[in-house]
Design a protein around this ligand. Structure first.
Ligand code: SF4
Ligand code: SF4
Length: 314
């Protein structure tokens, strides 16, 4: 028989899940906050020590906070994980300069933050008062690890979180909260012996040990500043900004849940060669302001254009 505490806990989880689903969230998980497992920290440090994070030095900072999330909010007892599909209902033309699906719509930082703050308010007024902190890529928090702890899904070889019924084209957001919440689900799925993403990666950026950002088109076209090594650039094909290949081939993404909160911007959906050829400050603003694509500035977009035009002569 369930204890009174666990009955209360599952009632609270279900109230929070109902509110989140009403707001358009696709999956919700809960996990009590504790120190991150030593094995996970060792894996993470080992990945960094091989330089796999390339120039993203921010990933090395705040290791204490990554290991002890209570340093991010002293009152935190638990974390609520939200997963929201960004799989676009419409696709770019087959011949268009390819933009990663996550970047076709409104800047997800703003949308997810608003969602998290809205949920936190409704929990406060409709479930129980609490102290919280909302995070969307904005804190040193091992979000995919915590998503696994919540039982919402698992991390695939392509290093994205897979929620089996939804796919992996997901934005994640987290609420650290003072409420005491327990996980109420577990995930029995895994990659098993599938290696499709490892084999499909055009630049050999993925191994079973993880991602080598130096070779990843997402990193090279978005985060990296300066020239792209030609040995890699010539393998980009039609990819202009980001890359979805390892997720596109994943069997868990054969019927991804379409996004309800993210709609592609028409100017990105219909991006064409002429847009790239004309790319200057004015066109950059018209095409990209309000989207997550401003992560790459004009010089990087012009560099990506050169790569695209060289790989795709008329
Ligand atoms: S995003 Fe593209 S380049 Fe990066 S690991 Fe996946 S398939 Fe490889
Ligand atoms: S493609 Fe296969 S190996 Fe890669 S993440 Fe998906 S299930 Fe795992």
């Amino acid at each position: 028989m369930k204890s009174l505490n666990s009955q209360i806990n599952s009632q609270i989880n279900s109230q929070i899940r109902t509110i989140a689903m009403e707001m358009g969230v696709d999956a919700v998980g809960f996990a009590p906050i504790a120190q991150v497992a030593d094995s996970e920290i060792a894996r993470y440090k080992n990945w960094l020590s091989h330089g796999n994070h390339a120039s993203m030095s921010y990933l090395e900072r705040y290791m204490e906070q990554r290991q002890h999330p209570q340093l991010l909010l002293p009152q935190a007892s638990s974390v609520i994980i939200l997963a929201v599909s960004y799989y676009p209902p419409q696709r770019q033309d087959a011949t268009a300069p390819k933009v990663a699906k996550y970047a076709l719509g409104r800047d997800y930082h703003k949308v997810m933050k608003r969602l998290l703050l809205g949920l936190a308010d409704r929990i406060h007024s409709e479930v129980a008062p609490h102290t919280y902190r909302a995070m969307v890529d904005t804190a040193p928090f091992l979000e995919r690890y915590w998503a696994e702890q919540s039982g919402i899904g698992f991390i695939g070889h392509h290093r994205n979180l897979i929620v089996p019924e939804v796919g992996s084209f997901l934005f994640l957001g987290e609420l650290l909260t003072s409420l005491r919440l327990e996980s109420d689900q577990s995930c029995s799925h895994s990659c098993h012996d599938c290696q499709r993403c490892l084999k499909a990666c055009p630049t050999g950026a993925l191994t079973e040990e993880g991602l080598n950002a130096h070779r990843c088109i997402n990193y090279l076209t978005i985060e990296h500043r300066g020239a792209i090594p030609s040995e890699l650039a010539q393998r980009f094909g039609r990819r202009f900004y980001g890359c979805d290949t390892c997720q596109d081939v994943c069997p868990y993404n054969q019927s991804p849940k379409p996004a309800s909160l993210f709609t592609p911007f028409p100017q990105l959906l219909h991006l064409d060669r002429k847009d790239l050829e004309e790319l200057d400050e004015k066109h950059y603003a018209t095409l990209f302001y309000g989207t997550a694509m401003t992560r790459a500035k004009l010089p990087e977009m012009q560099r990506n254009t050169e790569v695209y035009l060289s790989n795709n002569p008329e």
